[in-house]
Design a binder for this molecule. Sequence first.
Ligand SMILES: Cc1ncc(COP(=O)(O)O)c(C=O)c1O
Length: 384
Amino acid sequence: MELDENSLQKFGYIRRETSGSINIDPLQTGGMLTEAARRALVEWGDGYSVCDFCPGTVDIIKKPPINEFVHKALPSFLGIDEVRVTTGAREAKFAIMNSFRNKGDTVLLDGLAHYSSHLAAQRAGLLIEKVPSSASPEYTIDPEDYGHCIEKIIQKTGKPPVLALLTYPDGNYGNIPDASKIASVCHEYDVPLILNGAYSVGRMPVDAGKIGADFIVGSGHKSMASAGPIGILGASEEYADIVFRKSPTHKKKEIEMLGCTARGVSIMTMLASFPAVVKRIREWNREVENARWFSEQLGNMGIRQMGEIPHNHDLMFFEAPILYEISQNAKGGRYFLYKELKARKIHGIKPGLTKNFKLSTYGVGREKLSSVVDAFDEIIKKHD
Ligand SMILES: Cc1ncc(COP(=O)(O)O)c(C=O)c1O
C-alpha cells in the first residue's frame, strides 16, 4: 500500500456509526463508560500516563491510587485475597492455567465455556475435558457432573485435573449455575476452581469467598464500564503465590503479568467507573426483572428464550422461527432483521442472524426495552 496523502485520509479520527442507538449487544452493554470514565479517557489517554510516579510495577502505583484500588478495593469487591489487573479475562485465565502447566495435566471446563477458556488452556499446554450441559432448551450444568468428570479424568490419567473452570454465567444462554455446589464438589478432590465472571463481575453481586472459588476472573470492557482491554484476576491466599510468583532476576516483577499489565488509560477508566459499578450492582434485581419482562414480551410473539426460565441474567438467547421464515422472502434476505432494527436505531443483534440470536438487556432500562419490543412487533406485522 502506498502511504500517500490520499490513502492516509481514511485513517485518523473516525465517528462510530452505532453511537446514539439503543444498544443490546451482549458484548457491549456492560462495558459502556460512565461519564467519569469518559473524562478519564481523555485525561489519561497519553501512553504510559499512569506511570508518572512509578514505584516498579503498575499495581503498586500510589498516585493515582491504583495500589489502593487493586490491593484493597478490588479484593473487598470480589471477596478474594489477592487481585491483579490484567489485559482481559482471557489473559487472566491464561495466567492461572500457565501457572499450573505440567505435561499431561488436564483442566476441566464446563461444556458452555467461552472459546477463550479453551485457547487459554491450549496455550498453556493443558489437556481439556468438559462437563456436559443438559440438552436444549435449558443447557444447564449439573454440579454433580463435575465430580463424575473428575472421576473419569482420574481413571484415564491417574490424577485429577489441575484446575476446574466454571463460566458464570455462560456467554451463550446466560445461565447461572450453582457455583457454590460446584466449588464444593471440586474441593472434595482438591481441585481449585476458577470462576469466569466475564459476564457477572461488575454487573451482579459475586463473592468468590462466599462461593468458595479459588480464582475469579472478570472483564473490565465487558462488565465493568471500562475502556478495554482490561480484566481482573483474583486468587485466594492459598494460590496467590503460585500465580503471582516473582521473577528471579527482576525482583518486583511478576512473571505471569510480564511485569506490568494494564499500564495506561484502561485502568484509569476502570477506576473512574468503580464507584458507579459498586452502586449499580445493588440494582441487579431490577435488571433481572427487566430481562424476564423482555423475555416474556418476545415470547408472546413466538420468539422463544432458551436457557433458564425464569431467567436470572440479562444475557439471553432466543430462537425466532417466525423471523427466519420472514427472511426467506424478505428484501435483504437474512440481513432483513439487522436492517429493520438499524432503521429503528437499535444495535446489537449480529447482521445476518434471524433464526437464533443473543442479546442483552443490561442497563437499557424499561422504556428503551419497550421500544425494542415494539420494534420486533412492528417488524413481524409489517412482513406478515
Ligand atoms: C464468557 C466469556 N468469557 C470470557 C470472555 C473474554 O473476555 P475478555 O475479552 O476480557 O478476554 C468473553 C468474551 O466474549 C466471554 O463471553
